[in-house]
Ligand binder design. Structure first.
Ligand SMILES: *[C@@H]1O[C@H](CO)[C@@H](O)[C@H](O)[C@H]1NC(C)=O
Ligand SMILES: *[C@@H]1O[C@H](CO)[C@@H](O)[C@H](O)[C@H]1NC(C)=O
Ligand SMILES: *[C@@H]1O[C@H](CO)[C@@H](O)[C@H](O)[C@H]1NC(C)=O
Ligand SMILES: *[C@@H]1O[C@H](CO)[C@@H](O)[C@H](O)[C@H]1NC(C)=O
Ligand SMILES: *[C@@H]1O[C@H](CO)[C@@H](O)[C@H](O)[C@H]1NC(C)=O
Length: 684
């Protein structure tokens, strides 16, 4: 799936490719609101927000607030949020994942990017203006117009990152208006007992078989980094939910698709404080955290709500607190005196988590083998069912979810399945719903972008298929997207190269003929954590690529109103075997760990270079060696046959044979993957 939406640069790029909310069966005229007629026309999908707004405005008056800003995220800057944190959704009726709202006494407006404009017109009532841009500058200008000088502009400081706070502060500077944080959330006050209750599921320890190292080892590693840092920080503050989950090898289910739980951690040179709903900790988890109490490896348990007070107390000492500014909220940041802060974009925990050790790599590889089984079963099923006209986008998505669920160690999907047929696939973020779901047909291309959570790993894979006769343009575009995927996957590059430096290799085959795509090329991924894991990827704010990182590689091509193509694999950054060496560290390359063949029906072999064909054949050999035995183990003979057919080696053209075999196909395969090929053969 694409990188997260809160990356502004990416949202901007996407403007070209997303045009709206797909409709089927309903005419566009009646499915969106019309506020220009009297009385206004509201579709049944719109929410009447009159009473909620009136209540919020009452609370605002009580607090002397002239404008109140409501974001779409939670206190941890999570990409996915729990229903309980969907304040913007409750207040407006708009359920898109990205947006900002500002309410004054007589106006109310929603800002969102182009992916969500049509959806907003269907869900908002006429109390709301829709502002068709996501930029804070635009919000600032609107506020200056709507709020008189001397006015108070307020927000909940625990829902805004440091950077976002600074942007608002900048936008209002010198205007006479005050940006005033209010710690009571005014929407929550109004929401009252209608607000969904806090999560109550158990918080549990991952079995040792599924962890890369013990939490004690992880803590020691972070403390080591604190000691070695020139500023000698005395503590690290963790706000990201994945940070705490990873550090302590704990998981929960507070947020859909992400196995995390509400928490903060303050890890100091001599103590560890975990802020969490203590009652929800499984007995074994509590035992593991408190086995060496008292002492530097004793985890002190505090209630989640005590984080702020404890941080304030700690910050009174002679201390230096290290934190990641990308996802720490202004509410916590503002407690710490400036001279006691050590600010980096990402905390050392976030960076350590991004580089998987040998065991974590093996776990992620293993998850991808079982995941491939589910996807292969799905592709086989589609091949049989679609010609009978029995499958639509929604039922397809349900079926792949069920196939994954049946695999060992499954914990459900890692994001809402994208299942898009024909023109719907041109909307890069389309997910079908119960109400709007297109029938799959042999006359159209179909795109399936799905992923799973397993105890050993998180997966994310996109395949695009066509069961009939693709048009020449579809075939060429698909082949060029594939060439981009191959060219980036087989690239050898110097250590510490930034992803953005190499990402154009994924676009070159498209650029050659004037084609392109409007989204990022990849994102990090976790071990039973987030499907979009920071800070790995190919964008300008990602960290340099290092051996042990996992990233998706996902070029695409989208043709408005016609079709969409994306080919996405997850790949591990590994050391490359090169003839020569420059510098002390070996060059790097990728080992693709997603193991599902591409659609032969859409590949125009004549466009591929001999190197690309060799690469593809080697990849297919790996798929056979790793997934074949697993299919047989699960007694899926028919799927095994499908796999064999779909991974037949491609013939090398006459040009190919004359090219010197300087880089043999197997030489391209990283050693680790060769080893696992051999191991799987031995086990089979
Ligand atoms: C919306 O709700 C308010 C009361 O909460 C009511 O007065 C109004 O008529 C409703 N508007 C529509 C369009 O139904
Ligand atoms: C802004 O808020 C402050 C603090 O609550 C209050 O003292 C002040 O009167 C407010 N300003 C206006 C113009 O209401
Ligand atoms: C704070 O701690 C540092 C390092 O331990 C020390 O050099 C400095 O003197 C301390 N400052 C105060 C005011 O105690
Ligand atoms: C931890 O940091 C505090 C505050 O600077 C310092 O006083 C103390 O000596 C340190 N403890 C250890 C074990 O390093
Ligand atoms: C689909 O929607 C109908 C009514 O809108 C509902 O009865 C049904 O349970 C829904 N099915 C699923 C799978 O959500």
């Amino acid at each position: 799936m694409h990188p997260p939406q809160w990356i502004a640069a990416w949202v901007l790029l996407l403007h070209g490719c997303a045009t709206g909310w797909p409709l089927q069966g309903t005419s566009a005229r009646t499915s969106v609101r019309d506020c220009s007629v009297d009385p206004p026309y509201l579709p049944p999908t719109a929410t009447n927000t009159t009473a909620r707004l009136a209540a919020l405005r009452g609370t605002m008056r009580a607090h002397s607030v002239h404008a109140y800003i409501v974001p779409s995220t939670d206190a941890h800057m999570s990409e996915y949020i729990a229903e309980r944190d969907s304040r913007l959704g409750w207040l407006t009726g708009f359920t898109g994942s990205a947006g900002t709202v500002v309410v004054t006494q007589d106006k109310a407006a929603l800002w969102t990017d182009s992916r969500y404009w049509t959806q907003a017109e269907r869900q908002l009532d006429c109390n709301w203006e829709l502002q068709r841009t996501p930029w804070i500058e635009s919000i600032g200008l609107w506020i200056l117009e709507a709020v008189p000088a001397e006015g108070n502009i307020s927000l909940d400081p625990f829902l805004f990152s440091i950077d976002t706070w600074n942007s608002y502060s900048q936008a209002l500077r010198g205007s006479g208006r005050t940006l005033l944080p209010i710690e009571t959330n005014l929407v929550d006050q109004v929401w009252g007992d209608q607000r969904p209750p806090p999560a109550s599921g158990e918080i549990y320890s991952l079995p040792a078989a599924f962890t890369g190292s013990s939490w004690q080892e992880k803590v020691a590693g972070i403390r080591q980094q604190m000691k070695q840092h020139v500023r000698r920080p005395t503590a690290v503050l963790l706000s990201g939910l994945e940070e705490t989950a990873w550090l302590f090898n704990l998981r929960g289910d507070d947020i859909p698709y992400n196995p995390v739980f509400y928490s903060y951690t303050l890890l100091t040179n001599s103590s560890i404080s975990l802020f969490v709903d203590k009652r929800r900790l499984a007995a074994a988890a509590r035992q593991s955290l408190q086995a060496s109490c008292p002492g530097p490896l004793c985890v002190e348990l505090w209630e989640y709500g005590q984080a702020r007070a404890q941080l304030q107390y700690y910050a009174q000492g002679n201390v230096t607190i290290w934190l990641g500014t990308e996802y720490t909220t202004y509410g916590l940041y503002s407690i710490i005196p400036q001279e006691k802060l050590l600010e980096d974009s990402y905390s050392p925990v976030m960076l350590a988590k991004a580089v998987k050790n040998a065991k974590e790599q093996e776990l992620l590889r293993a998850a991808h083998v079982r995941d491939a089984v589910a996807v292969i079963q799905y592709l086989l099923w589609l091949e049989k069912m679609v010609p009978q006209g029995q499958v639509d986008e929604f039922s397809g998505a349900q079926y792949i979810d069920a196939l994954r669920q049946a695999q060992e160690h499954s914990h459900g999907p890692s994001f809402q399945s994208i299942s898009a047929s024909g023109l719907n696939a041109a909307l890069a973020h389309y997910s079908p719903s119960n109400q709007s779901s297109r029938k799959l047909s042999v006359g159209e291309m179909y795109l399936s972008d799905t992923g799973g959570q397993y105890l050993d790993g998180t997966t994310d894979i996109t395949r695009t298929v066509h069961w009939g006769v693709p048009t020449p343009l579809q075939k060429e575009a698909y082949t060029r997207v594939l060439m981009g995927n191959i060219d980036l996957s087989r690239l050898i590059f110097p250590p510490n190269t930034a992803g953005r430096v190499v990402e154009s290799f994924a676009r070159r085959a498209l650029w050659d003929v004037g084609l392109n795509y409007g989204h990022g090329t990849g994102h990090g991924i976790g071990n039973f954590l987030s499907v979009h894991e920071w800070p790995v990827g190919f964008q300008s704010n990602n960290v340099p690529l290092t051996a042990g990182m996992f990233t998706s590689i996902e070029p695409g091509y989208y043709r408005d109103g016609e079709f969409g193509i994306r080919i996405e694999d997850v790949a591990l950054v590994v050391e490359a075997q090169t003839e020569h060496q420059t510098g002390e560290k070996p060059f790097l390359t990728f080992e693709v760990v997603s193991l599902v063949p591409y659609d032969r029906n859409l590949i125009d072999l004549s466009l591929l270079s001999p190197e690309q064909i060799r690469y593809l054949n080697a990849y297919y050999e790996t798929i056979r060696a790793r997934v074949g035995p697993e299919l047989l183990r699960q007694q899926l003979e028919e799927a095994y046959g499908w796999l064999q057919r779909s991974t037949e080696p491609f013939p090398l053209g006459s040009a190919a044979t004359t090219v010197a075999a300087a880089t043999t196909t197997l030489g391209m395969l990283p050693l680790a993957s060769l080893l696992s090929v051999l191991l799987t053969r031995l086990q089979a």
